[in-house]
Structures are given as C-alpha cells and as structure tokens.
Design a protein around this ligand. Structure first.
Ligand code: ZN
Length: 404
C-alpha cells in the first residue's frame, strides 16, 4: 500500500520504488528498479535474464514535496548468450536515456522553463548545473523551432541587430503581420540573406509580397535577386536615422574645424547635440535656444543649419499624405542637397537617390520594420540573461524560442 503511494508520487511507470530516504542536505533519494526479469539485447534483440552485474545510476528528477529528488536506479547489466553476439548490455528505459543525468520529464520541465527564464535561474530553481540546464533548454528550443512552419511571412522585414559587443551583427527576419521574429541569421550581408532565402522553394519565395529593408545595399540586392516580385520598402525609421547621423557628422566636423578639438561640455555644438536630433515641433524653448546658439556659432558657414534643415525635410517627407506629393518633395530635396557643397549631405542625397523607389514605396505600402515593442524587449531580455552570448547559434536558439 505504502509502496503504491510512493510509486504514484514518483510517477515513472517503468520503475518500482524499492526505498526512499531523505539525505542530510534535504535531497530526497528514491531508489528504484525496473520490475522485469529480462531485457532485450540492443545488438541482436534476444531477451536475456542473466544478470552479469548491478550498478547504480543517479539521475536528477523534478521536485517531490518541494524537495529536489534524485532517483537512484539499481541498474542491471545482462549477459547476451547469442553465439555471435556474446556481449553484455545495460538495461535502458525511455524515462532515463543512456548517460543522461536527468529524467526525461525533468529535462522537459527545464526546457519549458528556459523559454522565459535565464539558464542560471532555471539551473538554480531545479538545483542542477548550468550546462545541464542549458543542454535541456537548447534541446527544447531546437525542437520548438523545428516544428514551426517553413513558409516565410508574406510581409517580411529585414532588420539588422547586434548580439554582442564589440559589435557583431545579426539579421533578423521578421513577420511584419505579427511582429514576431521568423528567423535570425548571423552577419549583415547580401550573402547571409541569400543563403537563408535559398533554403525556400520557389513557391514560398513567390509568396513574399512585401519586404521592408533597412537601407543597406546588401539586403536590397539579395531581395531583388531571390524575391524579384516583392515590393521593397525602405524602413522609414532607418531613413530618418541616416538623416540624424548626417546632422551629427556635420556637427562633429564643424567642431573640429572651428576649435581644432572634440566638443566639450560648454561648447554650443556639444550642448545642442541631442536637441538637434529632436523633432522641431516638440522642442522646448530652452532646447530651441540651444539649437540657435549652435547655429550662431557656425555662422557664417551655416553648414549645421543646412544639415538640420535637411533632416527636418526628411521628417516632413514622411508627413506627406500620398506618393505623388512625396515624390515631388523628395525630388526637390535630392536636387537641393545633392549639390549643396556639404559632403555629409551630398552623401546622404546619393544614398537616398539610390533608395528613391524604396523610400517612395512607403507611401503605398505604409509598412515599417517598426520594431514591435515586444520583440525588442524580448531580444534585450535574452541578451541580458545570456551574459553576452559568445556563440551565435545559442543566441539564435534563445531568441527564436522566446519569440516563437
Ligand atoms: Zn545480443
């Protein structure tokens, strides 16, 4: 009767409990054996009942009565009597795979817990080693990712991200309909996107209707090559960021030219460095005053002012209500800043000229990579909990498992 109760508690059908005791350290030690007199030889399949040897295997199981539990399996080694085989073999069960240090059910529980918690947290909760926990989480993540549909999203975002400092880039492939990551590939190049898309068959490739791209030439080339039918849209947030970067580049260059050194705390340029990037309609009076002080310090050259006007122009562009208006405005902008004599702005104009079609497509598609807050937070959380992933594959597993 008491034996039956323990057996239910332990819940591993293939075993019977022969003893249970509590160790000094609070760990519950449950001794079990397989209640059958013979086992099949894995080599020849013949059943043998000749026990050659007994040994104990300790396997971590879940928590019983809130206490960590160790199964001590009194395991038998059988002799195989088949003439050409004549080996010996150890019995095995589905609940405790060979060489495993965890029961299958503990492994599954650890793997599930690792979806939302860091490896260290899970290892601590189940009182197992970090690497043992990581092995279980990686296996669960791999299985979950393999079970996902292979078809790419009809609206695909290509989004660059970093996964480690010093900067290692990764390319996120995002389902824009759900905001979820579809896949993550290492690096940021035409080749990595081509490699990923080549794993799809033609029908799947033809199913990609829209692609939103960070304005990076490699991404565009890859999409044009493998999904030529997809409408390409330049990600608006990245386009605005390019314009912001031009303002910062002009500011830093002018600082050097005027003072022969980098900006310091009381320099008007330095004081206005963030205000210059803010939307003009949201500036407070103090912020506006700092900007005007910076413009005054740059007179009579007015290069900083020109950069700021160029940046505000890109923001105005995105306020246009239709493609025709946007087209007229963008072409005017390109004409003015493409030959303004300020190298940073001419460079920006060259880039946007190359992306003209993709920039304008926004006014038809209205799509952005607009990093859904959830995905962004998830990637950050994974980064934080991973103690800086040294290995891209591990990082990918964790991010996709969490986002999937
Ligand atoms: Zn055999």
């Amino acid at each position: 009767m008491e034996g039956d109760a323990t057996r239910v508690l332990v819940g591993l059908d293939e075993y019977e409990v022969i003893d249970a005791l509590e160790r000094d350290d609070g760990v519950l030690e449950v001794h079990v054996q397989v209640p059958r007199s013979e086992a099949p030889c894995p080599e020849c399949g013949t059943f043998s009942s000749r026990v050659k040897q007994r040994r104990r295997q300790e396997v971590r199981d879940g928590l019983c009565f809130e206490r960590p539990t160790v199964l001590v399996w009194h395991k038998r080694r059988f002799r195989c009597d088949t003439p050409d085989c004549r080996g010996s073999f150890t019995e095995s069960t589905g609940q405790v795979p060979p060489r495993s240090r965890l029961t299958t059910r503990l492994r599954d529980a650890v793997g599930r817990a690792g979806r939302t918690r860091s490896t260290a947290e899970v290892a601590g909760a189940y009182r197992i080693g970090w690497w043992t926990a990581w092995g279980a989480i990686a296996a669960a993540a791999t299985a979950a990712i393999a079970a996902r549909p292979v078809a790419p999203p009809a609206r695909l975002g290509l989004d660059e991200t970093t996964f480690r400092r010093p900067q290692r880039f990764a390319t996120g492939l995002v389902d824009l309909a759900t905001g979820e990551l579809w896949d993550l590939v290492p690096g940021r190049s035409k080749a990595v996107v081509i490699d990923r898309l080549r794993r799809l068959d033609d029908e799947h490739l033809a199913g990609i209707d829209d692609v939103v791209i960070d304005p990076f030439a490699g991404y565009k080339a890859a999409v044009r090559e493998l999904a030529p039918g997809a409408r390409r849209t330049a990600d608006r947030f990245h386009v605005v960021r390019l314009a912001n970067q031009a303002v910062t580049d002009v500011r830093c260059r002018r600082q050097q030219e005027l003072t022969g050194r980098r900006g310091r705390k009381h320099d008007p340029f330095y004081r206005a460095r963030r205000d210059l990037l803010r939307a003009s309609e949201r500036l407070t009076e103090r912020q506006a005053a700092r900007i005007h002080a910076a413009f005054a310090a740059d007179a009579p050259a007015e290069e900083l002012w020109a950069a700021w006007i160029a940046k505000e122009g890109i923001r105005d562009l995105y306020a246009k209500s239709d493609r025709a208006e946007a087209e007229t405005f963008l072409d005017g902008w390109l004409e003015v800043f493409g030959a303004c004599g300020i190298p940073e702005l001419e460079r920006l104009a060259t880039t946007l000229g190359r992306w003209r079609e993709e920039v304008l497509n926004y006014f038809d598609s209205r799509l952005t990579n607009g990093r859904t807050e959830g995905r962004n937070l998830t990637i950050k959380a994974v980064k934080r909990s991973g103690y800086g992933f040294r290995n891209f594959d591990n990082y990918r597993l964790r991010v996709l498992y969490r986002c999937g």
